[in-house]
Every structure is written in structure tokens, then in C-alpha cells.
Design a protein around this ligand. Structure first.
Ligand code: NAP
Length: 333
């Protein structure tokens, strides 16, 4: 049975990756950092089928020890401080985790067994102030946030370890990918969750930052499949993972609210407090290489993605309301 170690297993991609690998008969080991309250909501349903090890991308020793203990065939480095906005407030932490964390993971692989196959979660935010359209593996980078800069460091250190130490290290330049498991602070999920709350008359208006920027939005389970495919090739390489379409946040909001019979313009407004200090205006990926070499195609359209997320958040809000009612009746309200 092959063994895979997944960092960031409690996150969106990590949880889908764990499910995907279990289906393929892997022993899945997830590295989880210590938190004062358990944070395993996204993997609660598979917790009995996987092994969780305490570790942190800040802590070199823990990473080496986990690799020594489990001797994996593959390592998926999905952990990061992953929210662009936070990277301006915590630039040093973002560099420590998102950039140097990747180096620590690569060092652990090199120390324990350089034959372990390694995947690095790179990002379209590395293209930032975009130099050409659409963006491919050969497009020059120009990151526009501490997050983008940190990801670019991690991308190049992955290539550097591949070329310097002959390691099977790959970087997936992923454009945005979303799902009902996306964090609530990310714009797509903020839209789908709040559209459901507006529908249930819990709130009426929601502030957003700049919704005119456009992104190439795909469905997260499609992207973890591509990450795995990258590690099954004869040679390690880097791939853009994208849909090849771009849509604005406004379009996402329009479709999400319309799915519930609402007009987004009645319920969202712009707050400049939520703008990024430096913006990335328009991203659109060219996934030709992944299509040709990996045989990879995204399976979910933009409209289907919006529908999947809104339907899931309608269920979530309904269960939150039911829970609130039970609590109120228990307390005699
Ligand atoms: P996510 O939901 O924010 O998950 C991030 C994960 O990293 C969480 O499990 C988090 O643990 C973990 N983590 C954070 N700091 C850590 C540390 N010091 N040590 C160990 N683990 C730590 O992100 P995602 O959307 O799944 O994305 C997965 C990866 O792909 C990230 O590297 C992200 O930057 C990159 N990426 C994502 C997208 C996208 O559109 N989703 C696009 C391009 C690249 P806690 O649960 O404890 O916080």
C-alpha cells in the first residue's frame, strides 16, 4: 500500500486530497498543527481512515521525524498561510510558513529519502501584475502581495531542489479553485454563504472589496486529481492548473443570488476598507500542458460551481437555523 503525507490536511484541498488518495488505496498521513480547539471539521468523516501526526511547517525536526516514521512514497505540501489579505497584515509569518515552510519540507524529504515524490502548491497569484494572457508555465512572474512573493519563493526552491539534488519535485501553478469547503473569508464562499443568509432574512446587505477583478475559478476536487497525476508521470515537471475561463466576482455574485431568486445588486455593496493595497486585476490560465501531458480536464463549469456552493450553503444555513431554534427552546426562549 503506498503512503502519502499531506500537509494542510485540515484545509480545503488537503481534505479533498485525503479522500482522493483513500479511494486509490493509499495510507494517508496528515500533518496537523497544534490548536487550542480541534479544527478537524473538513476531515471528521474520514478521521478513522487516516493517520494524523502533530507537526508544523515552522518546525523542521517534527517534519523529519514524521517522514522517518512513515517513509512515504509521496508528499503533498498543501499547507500555507493561504489568504492574500492576511499576508499584508502578517507578511513575516506568511514568508515563514508559505515560503520557508516549503523549504523545510523539501529539506525533510532530502534528509530522509530524496526518492520521495514531492508536490508544491504554487499559485496564480505569482503572476500578479500580469505580463501576458493567458498565463502559462513560461509566463514571467510579477507577484503583487506578500503571499504571491512567498509562493514564488516556494515555487523556485522546488525547482531548485529538483535541479540541484535530482529530486522528483513538482510545482502545480494552481488558479483559484473553490468548493463548499472553501474558507468563509474567501470571496466566493463569502458570496455563497451570505446569499443563503440573505435568502433566510438573517441579513440584508453584505460589504465586499473589489468585485470587478476577474479570476479563473475551478472546482477543488478537480485540482487535487491533477496534483496526484503530476506525481505519477515518468519525469517531474511544473504545470498550470486552470479552466481557461475568467469571471469577475460580480458575475459570481449575480449568479449566486439569482440561483435563490434574488438580485445581487440589492444586497451587496463595495467597502474600500476591504480593498487590497495592491490588486491583481485579471487572471486566466492556459491549462494546455496539463491537458496534453496529464490528460486532465476540469469537470465542473463556472455556473455549476456557483450552484454547488450556494446549494451547500443553503443546507448549512438551514442547519444553523435549526440548531439555533433547538438551543432557544432549551433555554425557554
Ligand atoms: P486552506 O484551506 O487555507 O488550508 C491551508 C492549510 O494549511 C490548513 O490545513 C492549515 O491548517 C495549514 N497550515 C497553515 N499554517 C500551517 C503551519 N504553520 N504548519 C502546518 N500547517 C499549516 O488552503 P487551500 O485552499 O486548501 O489551499 C491549499 C494550498 O494551495 C495552499 O498552499 C494554498 O496557498 C494553495 N493554493 C490554493 C488555491 C486555491 O484557490 N484554493 C490556489 C492556488 C494555491 P489549519 O487548519 O490549522 O489552519
Amino acid at each position: 500500500m503506498p503512503t502519502a503525507i499531506v500537509t494542510g490536511i485540515t484545509g480545503q484541498d488537503g481534505s479533498y486530497m485525503a479522500e482522493f488518495l483513500l479511494e486509490r488505496g493509499y495510507h494517508v498521513v496528515g500533518i496537523v498543527r497544534r490548536t487550542s480547539t480541534e479544527n478537524n471539521g473538513r476531515i471528521a468523516h474520514i478521521q478513522d481512515d487516516i493517520t494524523l501526526e502533530p507537526g508544523d511547517l515552522h518546525d523542521q525536526y517534527s517534519l523529519i521525524e514524521i517522514l522517518k516514521k512513515h517513509r512515504p512514497d509521496e508528499v503533498y505540501n498543501l499547507a500555507a498561510q493561504s489568504f492574500v489579505q492576511t499576508s499584508w497584515y502578517q507578511p513575516v509569518l506568511t514568508g515563514e510558513v508559505t515560503a520557508l515552510g516549503a523549504t523545510r519540507m523539501l529539506e525533510a524529504v532530502r534528509a530522509v529519502d530524496p526518492g520521495i515524490r514531492f508536490y508544491q502548491a504554487s499559485s496564480s497569484e505569482m503572476f500578479g501584475a500580469v505580463q501576458e494572457w493567458p498565463q502559462s508555465e513560461s509566463t514571467p512572474f510579477y507577484p503583487r502581495s506578500p503571499y504571491g512573493v512567498a509562493k514564488l519563493y516556494a515555487h523556485w526552491i522546488t525547482i531548485n531542489y529538483r535541479e540541484s539534488f535530482d529530486m522528483y519535485a513538482c510545482s502545480g501553478i494552481c488558479f483559484n479553485h473553490e468548493s463548499p469547503r472553501r474558507g468563509l473569508e474567501f470571496v466566493t464562499r463569502k458570496i455563497s454563504y451570505n446569499a443563503a443568509r440573505v435568502h433566510h432574512e438573517i441579513i440584508d446587505k453584505v460589504p465586499f472589496g473589489n468585485l470587478t477583478t476577474t479570476r479563473d475559478w475551478g472546482y477543488a476536487p478537480d485540482y487535487v486529481r491533477a496534483m496526484w497525476l503530476m506525481l505519477q508521470q515518468p519525469e517531474p515537471d511544473d504545470y498550470v492548473l486552470a479552466t481557461g475561463e475568467t469571471h469577475s466576482g460580480e458575475e459570481f455574485a449575480e449568479l449566486a443570488f439569482a440561483h435563490l431568486g434574488l438580485d445581487a445588486r440589492d444586497h451587496i455593496y463595495t467597502s474600500e476598507d476591504l480593498f487590497r493595497p495592491a490588486e491583481v486585476d485579471r487572471l486566466i490560465g492556459d491549462p494546455s500542458k496539463a491537458r496534453e501531458k496529464l490528460g486532465w480536464e476540469p469537470s465542473v463549469t463556472f455556473k455549476e460551481l456557483v450552484t454547488i456552493m450556494v446549494d451547500a450553503d443553503m443546507e448549512l444555513v438551514e442547519s444553523e437555523l435549526a440548531h439555533a431554534q433547538i438551543m432557544a427552546s432549551r433555554h425557554g426562549a
